[in-house]
Design a protein around this ligand. Structure first.
Ligand SMILES: NC(=O)C1=CN([C@@H]2O[C@H](COP(=O)(O)OP(=O)(O)OC[C@H]3O[C@@H](n4cnc5c(N)ncnc54)[C@H](O)[C@@H]3O)[C@@H](O)[C@H]2O)C=CC1
Ligand SMILES: O=C(O)CCC(=O)C(=O)O
Length: 387
């Protein structure tokens, strides 16, 4: 029996993929794997029995990836699974920033439902008028799963789209409409665009990437959309620009006291991925990743270990090793197995940055002595006997 623990509500459509041998545990302490959405895991002590964490979503800034890697805990995310949900919010955000739909609805809610209301509405409507997004320039920073979808949708809505992503993946490039201007200098987006939307992960290198200098370059009356993470923007500098009217609207999915009290902001409570479809997609992908890892040791869509797969083990046994990416590790593993008379039938090794993962299939059973010998090798973080 395997136990999983959910730190946030996870869609049942996904959890139902767990077969009977998996049990939902109320306690983190006795769980083998963890599912999480936005819960902050940075201050959390993870019990030794947890072997993997799956983020049912894209952003992993709430998880201490490196610390977990050093504990031999593999962290997964679900790339692209909620991208459509976010794309639709971004389109909605552009429309809400362009026309005072919210103001109009709020005004009507305050009116008495008298016969006069239709006449009054006709008189009042000019106060809520706006502009169309068709024909306007949209700059997209980050052309990953979300950025590409936003770009393509915006093209279909008649926008002139500029995209920037120095690390664009081949897949993303293939999916991008040919009408999009691929920009190599971010300043072009700041200077030219009427709407700017950011879709990059929160990393040390991207923190506050939109600050006072970047805002100063932007067109007067620009609309800035942030459905990625609040810390990507220097919101103190932005608040000044909003008050001065330099930035017309800031549409953000991340509430905090500053944006909540700044004029010309449209703040939503982190709703980007809160659709039935996105929640189901993320949960299904996360559960499948965890099952394949628990049962076969395979890694797909990890953010702190390399992807590594050896399929299903058809031999007598399989052992997996999370370890440092340093020389001489493999030879020590094969020696430990060879010394114990264990024959290796298949071996796969992959690395990502400072971390590596080795999967070894064997045609002789793996004893606890061999496991101990592997664990004692310096640089080994975790050894799991899968079979
Ligand atoms: N509001 C919400 O509910 C949601 C928010 N998000 C946020 O959106 C972010 C992006 O999500 P996805 O598109 O799914 O991720 P992704 O990983 O598919 O795309 C991110 C893209 O950003 C690019 N990038 C990285 N650094 C960059 C830089 N300095 N300049 C330009 N591009 C850069 C990468 O090359 C990649 O193509 C997530 O990391 C998360 O923080 C994601 C899903 C839901
Ligand atoms: O799980 C959620 O609702 C948040 C989604 C998100 O921010 C992400 O996937 O990065």
């Amino acid at each position: 029996m395997y136990k999983y623990h959910c730190l946030n509500p996870i869609s049942n459509v996904g959890l139902e993929y767990f077969p009977g041998k998996y049990e939902n545990s109320e306690s983190l302490e006795d769980s083998d794997v963890v599912l999480v959405r936005s819960a902050n895991m940075h201050e959390m002590q993870l019990p030794k029995n947890v072997v993997a964490v799956a983020r049912a979503g894209a952003g992993v800034n709430n998880i201490p990836l490196e610390d977990y890697a050093k504990e031999g805990v593999v962290v997964f995310n679900t790339p692209g699974a909620n991208a459509n949900g976010v794309k639709e919010m971004v389109i909605a955000g552009m429309l809400l920033a362009s026309r005072d739909i919210v103001g109009g609805i709020e005004w009507l809610e305050k009116q008495e439902a008298t016969d006069d209301i239709a006449k009054l509405a006709e008189k009042k409507k000019k106060q809520f008028a706006g502009c169309e997004i068709s024909g306007k320039k949209l700059g997209i920073i980050g052309l990953g799963a979300i950025g590409v979808k936003v770009a393509n949708a915006a093209v279909h809505l008649g926008m002139d789209v500029y995209g920037y992503d120095p690390f664009i993946s081949v897949d993303a490039a293939w999916n991008l409409s040919r009408s999009i201007h691929h920009i190599n200098d971010l300043n072009v987006i700041y200077k030219e665009c009427d709407y700017i939307t950011i879709h990059v992960p929160l990393l040390d290198s991207t923190k506050k990437m939109i600050g006072a200098d970047e805002i100063a370059q932007m067109k007067d009356g620009v609309v800035l959309l942030n459905f990625a993470r609040d810390l990507l923007v220097d919101e103190e500098a932005l608040a000044e620009a909003l008050k001065a009217g330099k930035v017309k609207k800031y549409v953000t999915d991340f509430a905090n006291p500053l944006v909540a009290s700044t004029p010309n902001t449209l703040v939503t409570p982190h709703l980007g991925a809160s659709t039935e479809e996105s929640e189901d997609n993320c949960a299904v992908m996360a559960v499948k990743e965890l099952m394949d890892f628990v049962e076969n040791g395979n890694i797909k869509h990890s953010v702190n270990y390399p992807d590594c797969s050896a399929g299903t083990c058809v031999d007598v046994g399989r052992v997996t090793i999370n370890h440092k990416n340093i020389p001489n590790m493999i030879s020590q593993f094969t020696k430990a197995l060879g010394d114990a008379g264990v024959n290796i039938s298949n071996m796969t090794n992959k690395s990502k940055g400072d971390f590596a993962y080795t999967m070894i299939d064997v045609s002789t059973p793996i004893s606890s002595e061999v496991t101990k010998a592997l664990k004692n090798i310096q640089g080994v973080y975790r050894v799991r006997v899968i079979k």
